[in-house]
Design a protein around this ligand. Sequence first.
Ligand SMILES: [Zn+2]
Length: 124
Amino acid sequence: MRRVRSSGTQPEIIVRKILRGMGIKYRSCPRSLPGKPDLVIATQQKAIFVHGCFWHGHHCDGGKLPKSNRTYWRSKQAKNALRDSRNTRTLRSKGWKLMVVWECQTRGSKRLESRLARFLGPHQ
Ligand SMILES: [Zn+2]
């Protein structure tokens, strides 16, 4: 079998693995949706964003700014966060249900599993 380089980031791979374990059928990165959610469960009209803590300015250690160029990074994070909330609004107004998984939350995967299970319902 040819080895295919995955386009997903490590946190995204963790989420995908959990979904597969739950028997959930998902698609990754449909370009037609605003904000390009990382994973889409089209049958339920649900989408999952897997956000890198730094790039999307999460309030955790991973979202902390580096010591140099703070102004630059701060405005970069602010821009990303603004874009995120705009995309979220657009998707919600179209009837999509959304869940955001932060990179740091993929480290305790037991808790993440139960969050995903709640989001996606008991069984489909
Ligand atoms: Zn975080």
